[in-house]
Design a protein around this ligand. Sequence first.
Ligand code: ADP
Length: 268
Amino acid sequence: MIVVKMGGSDGVNLEAVCADIATLVGAGEQIVLVHGGSHETNLISEKLGVPPRFVTSPSGHASRYTDRQTLEILVMVEAGRINKRIVERLQQSGVNAIGLSGLDGRLLEAKRKETLPIVEHGKRKVLHGEYSGQIERVNISLLRMLLETGYVPVVAPLAISHRHEALNVDGDRVAAAIGSALNAQVVVILSNVPGLLKDPTNEASLISQVPLSQAQEYLERFAQGRMKRKMLGAIDALKSGVKRVMIADGRVEHPLQRALAGWGTVIE
Ligand code: ADP
């Protein structure tokens, strides 16, 4: 059982990822593919005249303010356009992919964060009407049912709240949660960088191994911006039973097979 997360940023080689999935599924492997979509959502939001609003939490983390209108754009772009593009490509590669979001069949249940404390121009404020959440439960039986009947689930990073509202959730955390719930032997996070870099501007500065005991330290020393979430997702997954997380380059030929062969950052 392998859980693969494919980045939403520009550059990840969709054809190559799908070809690798076809090879692995052909060899009898079970795979769940999770994808992102923030980059494309930003572009579409701009075109729709609703530019994304990024805010900073009091602890210094940047995040997207997801009001109801933003949530609907996320649903449209992530669960619609991107999810179906991936399903189409997998079908063309001979893989019987089924696209769904965490909302469908209550695949992912999350606790809604209704308010967002932020710091703006040096002042603390609270934004209301936020639709994002933290994953609390994965509907394992739904995933197992699909996997056992030969489907490859393609999961868009949305969830359902305990009060049945659609929520935005982080794709890297989705991969970690599904990986732990299914006891995956490995979670592979494919992005537009070779892995965790000592210097994010220098691709030659790859850190190839991170022991779990030092993962938090590496996160604080080296990861910036969205790489922090990948490291947090990796730590979550390893603490709850996944044996190995790979953060690897999704832009190359055979991205998945290379990652499984150890190219990238191994956290274990
Ligand atoms: P995805 O869309 O694939 O989830 P993101 O763009 O969210 O990818 O996250 C990967 C980005 O994190 C890289 O493009 C890079 O700019 C940034 N980053 C920050 N710190 C690091 C680091 N130490 N090593 C690698 N990438 C880093």
